[in-house]
Design a protein around this ligand. Structure first.
Ligand code: WTA
Length: 656
């Protein structure tokens, strides 16, 4: 570990100056330690209290915690009833209908719009009424494939209101990827839009849905919101206009009482295999995790303006655009555009315009903006900011310092939040008023997280400091995923069986001499491109579907901006020429078509052969080394069936 990384940066004094900032909820390392200790030693008391403080229950729970990691049966707040939509909308609308719930910052900068809690309650109720009228009942699954417009948030909450599970599919996924996810969950209804707008470009959202639904017999209804008003094809008897339908419905619909462990949503994510899995979250534990982390990790106080730049199609959008902030009655910013549209000052203009207090983005965006020059960030009034968050991948110290100095002006807390789709909310993170930070370290476990670093081979817990291994959690926590939709066995096998009694994250990690956690990246075949999680197997299976491909190996290569990027080695079928330039383009298109544009390989190497052992096992390690320019430390290659392929590959990569 380099010395620079290991410097401890104290909590900025401004955060403890009552004349400048509200008093942080957690004020010192000692207070954090005491609260963390209680959350682990007495979770019943800690989370029982928190659940009553942050959530409103229509029927109180009798048991805080049941089951656990041993049998994969963790359950929280049993016997309790609550509705997530009520918690995120009604109770705040009743208290103050004019409070702004959503600031919609549209693709074009001059088109922002505020949606109050009162309006949100009407809109959510009306859409919930439409879903009901179309026969959607508690426990049914509804797909949401939408641009970043307020109706997307309304869609989440309308499903939650009637107890339907939403499955949001990121609008960057292709028709084929959408089809697979809709089929897997047996969705009965799809909520979508005519088109999307992003960075000045138009996305043909409805056309993609039409293409996907050619092979989704479970879908009976499609509700189409008008984002642009374009003339899009509508299938009679299946497709209906959002506004026409909602305008028929009453402006208040009673929320369905939900048990704590009733499913709230599923969200597909990539794992080691080619088949994405529908990670399932339940109502009370998930909502509590999202709300508690907005409160403590972002130190959210009433009247703060909370801005998470993620897309609602990923877990970060679920927890930190929708459920967490709205559960606390916050004002949440919904950003439809990209950080560089119309100029690289867009984020900073947004912060100044809306007086954002908490800002949350990904290291890849920070790196990209840093490269474009300081002049874009200078001259904007960023004095409203208190907490700057990052998520999705480790943040390199250069990017951390730029964020801290140029954006935070050294006056804000930087929170590097580590978590996953499966964890529901942050699990390793600093707390703004309490934890000194180290650039690149996600620092310390959140409340309720009993962290462990395990020896990857023996599975033995590595206790004490200065250890490196795989990251795991020892006890169930409220917002952990409960199952994989329709495949509990896969849930057990992926997360709970690799190290018996532990939840396995799939990430490598170290604990340094000060007890700080450093995430080292995935130890499985998952890669992380601009914070988008992809499996190499998923990309390989997309490529192999192309008629000229015989075999392929995809690996994640380091990239200065996107963290990792995709390199694909492709062996062609006999008789197909390697020298066709169109073929590389075609293969990239193939991945865009099967998964989506964000999964496109950066480099494709057309090769004769891949490095394999005599038993036919592909040696990815060798490919990774060649890409990383470490061909001089390949290790023993004598076990390869044909060691001479290595030289050929080195030459190929060098030429590319
Ligand atoms: C990675 C995103 C280092 C990690 C919320 C994890 C991180 C995967 C961080 C989950 C961070 C996320 N530092 N790595 N602060 N945050 N990761 O499910 O590899 O899309 O396993 O959830 O992102 O990605 P997912």
């Amino acid at each position: 570990m380099s010395e620079g990384e290991n410097t401890l940066y104290p909590v900025p004094a401004r955060l403890h100056d009552a004349s400048q900032c509200p008093e942080p909820y957690v004020k010192s390392v000692e207070q954090y330690k005491e609260m963390h200790r209680e959350s682990i030693e007495n979770p019943e008391k800690f989370f029982g209290k928190l659940a009553n403080e942050l959530l409103t229950w229509s029927k109180p729970f009798t048991t805080v915690k049941h089951g656990g990691l041993e049998h994969g049966d963790a359950a929280w707040f049993l016997d309790g009833q609550l509705n997530a939509s009520y918690n995120c909308v009604d109770r705040h609308a009743f208290a103050d209908p004019n409070r702004v719930a959503i600031i919609y910052e549209a693709d074009e900068p001059n088109q922002s719009e505020n949606i109050t809690y009162g309006a949100l309650l009407r809109d959510v109720s009306q859409l919930a009424g439409v879903l009901r009228a179309r026969g959607i009942k508690k426990g049914d699954t509804v797909a949401i494939y939408m641009p970043m417009i307020p109706e997307a948030v309304i869609a989440f909450l309308a499903c939650a209101r009637i107890g339907a599970l939403h499955s949001v599919i990121f609008a960057g996924f292709s028709a084929e990827a959408l089809r697979d996810r809709v089929q897997d969950a047996g969705c009965r209804l799809v909520l979508t839009a005519d088109q999307g707008k992003r960075g000045g470009k138009t996305i043909e959202t409805k056309r993609i849905v039409d293409e996907a639904l050619k092979a989704c017999p479970s879908v009976e209804t499609v509700i189409v919101c008008q984002r642009t008003g374009a003339d899009v094809p509508m299938t009679p008897g299946r497709d209906y206009w959002w506004n026409e339908e909602t305008s028929k419905r009453m402006t208040y619909l009673t929320p369905e009482p939900m048990s704590s462990e009733d499913p709230l949503f599923l969200l597909y994510t990539s794992g080691s295999t080619g088949q994405p899995k529908g990670v399932l979250h339940t109502t009370a534990g998930y909502l509590l995790g999202a709300a508690a982390t907005v409160k403590y990790v972002f130190d959210y106080h009433p009247n703060d303006i909370f801005a998470c730049m993620a897309d609602v199609g990923w877990i970060t959008g679920h927890s930190y655009i929708v459920y967490g902030p709205l559960a606390l009655g916050a004002t949440t910013v919904l950003f439809e555009s990209i950080p560089t549209y119309p100029t690289p000052a867009r984020y900073w203009e947004l912060i100044a315009k809306h007086k954002v207090t908490q800002f949350y983005t990904a290291p890849t965006a920070i790196r990209a903006l840093r490269r474009l020059g300081d002049e874009w960030v200078e001259g904007h009034d960023l004095s409203s900011l208190r907490v700057l968050g990052t998520v999705g991948e480790p943040i390199n110290p250069e990017a951390w310092h730029w964020y801290n100095d140029k954006v935070g002006k050294g006056r804000c807390a930087i929170v590097d939040t580590y978590w996953q789709t499966e964890t529901g909310s942050h699990i390793v993170t600093p707390l703004p008023g309490a934890i000194p930070t180290k650039p690149g370290s996600a620092t310390v476990p959140f409340f309720g997280i009993d962290l462990a670093i395990l020896d990857p081979v023996t599975g033995k817990e590595l206790v004490g400091n200065d250890v490196t291994g795989v990251l795991a959690v020892k006890k169930a926590w409220p917002s952990m995923a409960r199952t994989v939709y329709g495949n509990h066995q896969r849930y057990l096998e992926t997360y709970l069986k690799p190290y018996h009694g532990f939840y396995f994250t799939g990430d490598g990690a170290s604990r340094d001499g000060d007890g700080y956690i450093w995430i080292r990246g995935r130890v499985d075949d998952v890669i992380n491109v601009s914070g988008h999680r992809l499996s190499t197997a998923e990309i390989e299976s997309a490529l192999i579907m192309h008629h000229s491909v015989a075999e392929t190996a995809v690996i994640g290569a380091p990239d200065d901006v996107t963290g990792q990027c995709i390199h694909a080695f492709v062996c062609l079928k006999p008789g197909i020429s390697q020298h066709s330039t169109d073929l590389t383009k075609e293969l990239i298109l193939q991945v865009r078509k099967v998964i989506g544009p964000f999964a496109a390989p950066k480099k494709i190497y057309l090769v004769e052969d891949l490095p394999k052992t005599r038993s036919g096992k592909l040696m990815r390690r060798i490919l990774r080394k060649i890409i990383a320019g470490e061909a001089d430390s390949l290790g023993d290659i004598s076990t390869l069936a044909d060691p001479s392929v290595v030289e050929v590959l080195i030459a190929k990569v060098a030429k590319a």
